[in-house]
Write a protein that binds this ligand. Structure first.
Ligand code: PLP
Length: 357
């Protein structure tokens, strides 16, 4: 039996993807071997990788000005590499503070001895909203985290900026179409919304490829190495790329990113409506900046929060505990969270309130 899983990441995968992986575990496309057991330089694996890249480009409607690469080390590894690859000598790097994931990114840039600082922050409000960002910042790049997994806030529109945008999309990857006119890099660990742990996917614009090409860095730290070698400079995390490839096909089958965004909006609305219409639950994030992916909320006190998620787990709903930094509760409603799960959570929210008001 499958349980209703609301974990923030790694998180649930679509059942279809799991079933296909199960079917092909012993014999990939009826070839008598699993994808984990063959050379990453074989035609089987290269075809799979190339098709996944093509699907990424189709889903985000990208032209050949962008390359797609896969790299190990998760999103956190990219925090330092981004600064090392894309900072320009004469311009500092600008970061927007929306809490822990941008703080970590800035910190890693500094540890790599790169000139970088916050240019906007919503810290004073307790990260309730997405801060206003001056448009005229002239920086090597403007770094944002599009969805704040811990606080439950999300950019509804990407900021307008004079500087090229670098976006950590780990927790809203492939959840909606994006205007790429100013995106130089979109990246994320894929284990929340597009697969399993083991890789980060990076979409990189050609001019940023050139920046990285010019840098004197060890080859494994240089993004241009991954572009030049089709992400096969060394042995990649092949099973993670395989699951990612299946997930891209699944997304296309759902109707693409506009359709998935429509569904994500409907799903989140069901849950937020219950929270908004209640005097029992509270949601910290400002309404206009609330995340469609991570719904963060609280009951009237910490004991009830604890009771909420422990009782939920007994009733078949897991992963509802908030991040340790903020406490409270969090329901992650990623792409693969279907309406059955949403309805189960909705019913549980209503029932728990009635029983504990
Ligand atoms: C927005 C965001 N960025 C980065 C990370 C770090 O990802 P990883 O564990 O792949 O390094 C996370 C993890 O939860 C995240 O939510």
């Amino acid at each position: 039996m499958r349980i209703h899983n609301f974990s923030a990441g790694p998180s649930q995968l679509p059942l279809e993807v799991l079933k296909q992986a199960q079917d092909e575990l012993l014999s990939y496309q009826n070839n008598g071997f699993s994808i984990m057991e063959i050379s990453h330089r074989s035609k089987y694996f290269e075809d799979l990788l190339n098709e996944a890249k093509e699907d990424v480009k189709q889903l985000y409607k990208l032209d050949d000005n962008y390359d797609v690469i896969f790299i190990q080390g998760g999103a956190s590894m990219q925090f330092s590499l981004i600064a090392m690859n894309y900072s320009l000598d004469n311009l500092s790097c600008a970061y927007v503070d929306t809490d822990v994931w941008t703080q970590k990114a800035l910190n890693e840039a500094k540890l790599a001895k790169i000139n970088a600082q916050f240019v906007a922050s919503s810290k004073d409000s307790g990260y309730k909203f997405i801060p206003k960002i001056p448009e005229d910042i002239n920086a090597s790049y403007l770094y944002i985290c599009s969805n704040n997994t811990v606080q439950g806030t999300q950019y509804k529109q990407l900021p307008k900026s004079k500087s090229p945008l670098v976006v950590d999309a780990s927790s809203d990857f492939f959840s909606k179409e994006l205007d790429f006119s100013n995106i130089a890099v979109l990246f994320g660990g894929v284990q929340k919304n597009a697969g399993i742990a083991g890789i980060a996917c990076m979409i990189v614009r050609k001019d940023f490829y050139e920046r990285s090409k010019q840098k004197e860095l060890p080859l494994m730290f240089k993004y241009s190495t991954y572009v030049d070698n089709n992400s096969l400079y060394n042995t990649p995390s092949s099973f993670a790329i395989y699951i990612f490839a299946l997930q891209m096909k699944w997304l296309k089958k759902q109707g693409g990113l506009n359709k998935i965004n429509e569904l994500n909006t409907q799903k989140a609305k069901i849950i937020y409506d219950i929270l908004d219409n209640s005097n029992f639950y509270t949601c910290k994030a400002a309404k206009e900046d609330r995340s469609l992916m991570n719904v963060c909320f609280k009951t009237p006190n910490e004991e009830l929060d604890l009771k909420f998620h422990t009782q939920a787990a007994k009733e078949g709903l897991i992963g509802l505990k908030g991040h340790k930094i903020v406490g409270g509760l969090r329901a992650s409603l990623y792409n693969s969270c279907d309406f059955d799960k949403i309805n189960a959570l909705a019913n549980y929210l209503i029932k728990f309130e009635k029983e504990n008001r």
